[in-house]
Write a protein that binds this ligand. Structure first.
Ligand code: PLP
Length: 973
């Protein structure tokens, strides 16, 4: 093939000036050229290097003709950044943000501006990846350890994880944890009637598929008759009541059941901890620790347990270990519980969690300290007590005498009227039923709000006078009598100057996209443009309660509907639900839809989920959560699904086949041929096809899973292909997209009927539209790119991966290729031969890349002993070449080990990464100090210094420490 120079498409073309040239200016879409790294010249060079003449020629050769989308999809043409911001402002203005006193797990809070600007709005935090490479993630790992310490101290339990997705899914995880770890032989899970309604609903959705019977009961007078394996209690109750849970916890333990308490962390600063009352598990949200309500999310959920349950915990856990010099260092602990290792035997399907929000909540506690948090809690409580006092004085019945922040008032037949009057005064209250209204105070409550509420009830009062005469409503026997947050970190960053420097110090330890390329296959670490991030902190988006009356959220709903519609057009599906707040949750929602569809057809025996052995770990874990049996399909020599084995399994499970779950392009980064025949064979046997759409960055504009590929359902990861930043391990959005026949079984929500079909499977997340506040990011991205720009982005992503494959192939074997020896948007290089011959492992190469100033590619997934590289369209040729040069230089170092020039146990790879500390002192290695710290291509003045040397993960798993270690532990430093 003769390379030819492609016609210039856009980039950096200088527009003519003079009469009539405005037309050209209006047509220009400069953002595409900002998002896509390689400009026209660079693209031409890359195309020439791999022997193609144009992007179209390349993708025609790479993508099998049978699935190529013949016509594009209809989306509005690209707009400029200024135009899109103006459109967003207009949408935002259509949201009416009232003062929320709705409560139910979502509360007004003041985000300290130092945290907003230096965490939430700081790419050093929000563009980081999940801390799998701990040596370059010490900053966020420390921040997460702070978070875990906050949760364990306040709940009075031993171990807390580094965030779950929200309170309701955390409660559902607690249910399955209790079933796994408990002794009781029962299928009953008791949920107290005072549990948040959305939590009850999420727990029911999860329980149904697992054959768990949920019994909702008032446990004030004891547990219902019969056995149960677990109990869930809310503390304080949704109705505001604070009561001693000790008796019911003891009764549950007497039956061999485990008890989970969904607890409000702010209340726990003044109330006795669940752990002190005997609870085994505590769950909840950390939203009110400085994270805006955000119309439902994202926020960090939490889960804490007694020590004996640690190994059964779901989700990520940060622990303390040591590095090669024996210095303390943080890393993810007990990963063998997780889906990426344990697959269908994992403790949960959680992958992406809520790291950025957990960092914010932890920092809120660091900034306020224990006394600051307790005074926020006491102030919140005083307002509630005064509010109740005023209602009582005005003759309104207040249902409970003991409460923290929530007052339930009885107004026979008048609830609607009170709610309307409050709305007219600018306040949303919570409708309980026709006779009851609940009012929740928070950190942002003011005298004027209390007076407005009184007015809505037709009473009046004097806040100051009532404050003087009203006693606290916290039960004296349940006051907290133990210290919390005694660690110095919660006492030393209390001035803004100190906080600013602490945040900077931590961020400086980490490698994020603001430093360089993160070429992680399957993770699509592309540009998260500033303009896309801007709207998420606008008050019209940030300060909305998820259960506010929908007519106050007109702008949000238009944005949500528009985004769902665009995603349906892009993927070729009929309907999209944006509720799942991670890819794993989209998988569960999609599989539950398949299950419900089969059941509706009377096919209740269809419970087999076929999954290729190369699949992402979440697939198998999600299938188990959807009540399915996982049957593994072999992978052939060439990396494709083994078709003979697949057909054998189809025959074997013809009558019980529910679904095939397959990733496309494959997890091997290849456009497999014949996917449409695979889909047809599954359909012929009565099964459904689930295409894991996390790799959509290779498909947008080129092929549609719901189109010619022929799948029935997919989830997409908006935090990969659609520019939501990875946040150091979350947030994410994992929409589920379906063909029309599955649309009746999408998620819905008990508190917002417009959020899903009446016939739906129930909620999959706590909030009706999941992590609504980050949906402006993909919405903005689609508007800025337009259909042409989106297609070009995909084409350049494919170009980048093929360019890297071509450059590295002479040095490292490229494991799999598809049509015409091309890869899709990522490529796998095989180090197994090298490891066998030299002892140099993928780990060594990954850690050595740190010395060269790079984040490692994905290690040993989907094939052990390999590296999977995904450049994305956003990296320009200079950065891609810098990476290839580093890899080639590393191969040179490996060759020196192979030749015996460098000893196998003392070489720059085995000892990587090298820290700044190694610049001082004795140097007794077989290679030079310069080679160690300033390898080829590294400019000393621009060097990224890892703060620790290689971390011994196993040591930390053997000696588990999951909260802030005493300061003396750092003596070595
Ligand atoms: C990232 C990914 C997932 C899981 O998505 P999360 O948002 O992390 O839960 C599933 N499948 C594939 C192929 C992925 O790359």
């Amino acid at each position: 093939m003769t390379p030819r120079t492609p016609a210039p498409t856009r980039a950096h073309a200088v527009l003519p000036s003079g009469p009539g040239s405005l037309t050209g200016l209006e047509a220009a879409s400069p953002f595409t050229g900002r998002h896509i790294g390689p400009d026209t010249d660079e693209q031409a060079k890359m195309l020439a290097a791999i022997g193609y003449g144009s992007l179209d020629e390349l993708t025609d050769a790479a993508v099998p003709a049978a699935i190529r989308a013949l016509a594009g999809f209809e989306l509005p043409a690209a707009r400029t950044e200024a135009e899109v911001l103006a459109e967003l402002r207009e949408l935002a203005s259509r949201n009416t943000v009232l003062t929320s006193m709705i409560g139910l797990g979502y509360h007004g809070t003041f985000t300290p501006p130092v945290i907003t600007r230096n965490v939430l709005e700081n790419p050093a935090w929000y563009t980081a990846y999940t801390p799998y490479q701990p040596e370059i993630s010490q900053g966020r790992l420390e921040a997460l350890l702070n978070f875990q310490t906050v949760v364990t101290d306040l709940t009075g339990l031993d171990v807390a994880g580094a965030s779950l997705l929200d309170e309701s899914t955390a409660a559902a995880e607690a249910m399955t944890l209790a079933r796994r770890a408990g002794r009781a032989k029962s299928d009953v899970f008791v949920v107290d009637a005072a549990t948040l309604p959305q939590t009850v609903a999420v727990v029911r959705t999860r329980a149904e598929a697992l054959g768990i019977e949920v019994v909702v009961a008032d446990t004030a007078d004891g547990l219902p008759e019969g056995g149960c394996f677990g109990v869930l209690l809310q503390y304080p109750g949704a109705d505001g009541l604070v009561r001693d849970l000790t008796p019911v916890i003891e009764a549950a333990h007497a039956r061999g059941a485990l008890v989970a308490v969904a607890a409000d962390l702010l209340a726990l600063t003044v109330l006795r901890a669940p752990g002190a009352m005997g609870a085994d598990i505590a769950v909840g949200t950390t939203q009110r620790f400085g994270v805006p309500m955000a119309f439902g999310g994202p926020h960090a959920g939490y889960l804490a347990v007694r020590e004996k349950l640690t190994r059964s915990m779901p989700g990520r856990l940060v622990g303390v270990s040591v590095d090669a010099d024996g210095a303390p260092a943080y890393r993810l602990a007990l990963q063998t519980r997780e889906q990426h290792i344990r697959r269908e035997k994992a403790t949960s399907n959680i992958c992406t969690a809520q790291v950025l929000l957990a960092v914010m909540a932890g920092m809120y506690a660091v900034y306020h300290g224990p006394d600051g948090l307790a005074s926020i809690a006491r102030r919140t409580h005083r307002y509630a007590a005064v509010l109740a006092g005023g209602l009582r004085a005005g003759g309104v019945e207040v249902v409970h005498g003991d409460f923290f922040d929530t007052v339930t008032a009885r107004v026979p037949g008048r609830a609607e009227q009170v709610l309307a009057a409050a709305r007219a005064a600018g306040v949303n209250l919570r409708p309980v039923d026709a006779d009851h209204v609940a009012i929740t105070c928070d950190e942002t409550t003011l005298r004027a709000h209390v007076e407005a509420v009184w007015g809505a009830f037709g009473v009046s009062g004097d806040v100051a006078a009532l404050d003087a005469e009203t006693a606290d409503a916290l039960p004296s026997g349940l006051l907290r009598d133990t210290e919390f947050l005694t660690h110095p970190v919660f006492h030393t960053h209390r001035s803004e100057t100190d906080m600013l420097r602490y945040l900077r110090r931590l961020a400086d330890k980490d490698y994020a996209l603001d430093r360089g390329m993160i070429p992680l296959g399957s993770c699509t670490m592309k540009l998260n443009a500033t303009v896309e991030m801007e709207p998420i902190t606008w008050p019209e988006f940030a300060n909305m309660h998820p259960f506010a009356p929908v007519d106050q959220a007109a702008g949000y709903l238009e944005l949500i509907d528009g985004l769902a519609d665009s995603l349906a057009r892009i993927t070729g599906y009929a309907k999209v639900s944006l509720q799942p707040n991670a890819g794993s949750q989209g998988e569960l929602a999609g599989l539950l839809a398949v299950r419900a569809y089969h059941h509706a057809n009377g096919d209740t025996a269809r419970d087999v989920c076929l999954i290729p052995s190369s699949a992402h770990g979440t697939n198998a874990a999600s299938a188990v959560m959807a009540g399915m049996r996982v049957v593994v399909v072999k992978t052939g020599e060439n990396g494709d699904v083994d078709l003979a084995d697949l057909h054998a399994r189809i025959e074997q499970y013809r009558d019980t086949l529910a679904v095939l779950m397959v990733t496309y392009p494959s997890t091997h980064g290849v456009f497999e041929e014949g996917i449409e025949q695979v889909c047809a064979a599954i359909h012929e046997a009565g099964g459904q096809v689930y295409v894991d759409g996390a790799n959509l960055n290779a498909l947008v504009g080129l092929a549609q899973p719901g189109g010619a590929i022929g799948a029935d359902v997919s989830h997409l990861n908006l935090h990969k292909t659609f520019c939501i930043p990875h946040g150091g391990g979350g947030p994410g959005v994992g929409p589920v997209a379906v063909r029309a026949h599955l649309a009746p079984y999408l998620p819905n929500h008990p508190l917002q009927p417009t959020a899903g079909p009446e016939t739906g499977v129930g909620p999959i997340s706590a909030a009706p539209w999941g992590s609504a506040a980050i949906l402006p990011i993909p919405w903005t991205y689609l508007r800025l790119m337009g259909p042409e720009g989106l297609k070009e982005a995909t084409q350049v992503a494919v170009l980048g991966a093929n360019y890297i494959a071509k450059r590295l192939a002479p040095h490292f074997p490229v494991l799999y290729t598809g049509p015409n020896d091309l890869v899709a948007h990522e490529c796998i290089i095989d180090l197994r031969g090298i490891t066998k011959a030299t002892g140099v492992s993928v780990d060594d190469v990954a850690k050595r890349l740190i010395d060269y100033g790079f984040h490692a590619p994905t290690m040993s997934f989907p094939v052990p002993g390999t590296l999977m590289i995904e450049p994305t369209e956003s990296e320009n040729l200079h950065e891609i070449d810098r990476f290839c040069d580093a890899m080639i230089a590393i191969k040179g170092e490996i060759d020196r080990v192979a030749s015996g020039d460098l000893p196998a146990d003392d070489n720059p790879l085995a000892n990587a990464p090298h820290t700044a500390a190694l610049l001082a002192g004795e140097w007794a290695h077989a290679y030079t100090r310069e080679e160690a710290v300033f390898p080829a291509g590294v400019v000393p003045a621009e060097k990224y210094w890892p703060p620790v040397r290689r971390i011994d993960g196993a040591q930390g798993d053997r000696n588990l420490v999951c909260s802030c270690p005493p300061i003396e532990a750092y003596g070595a430093n």
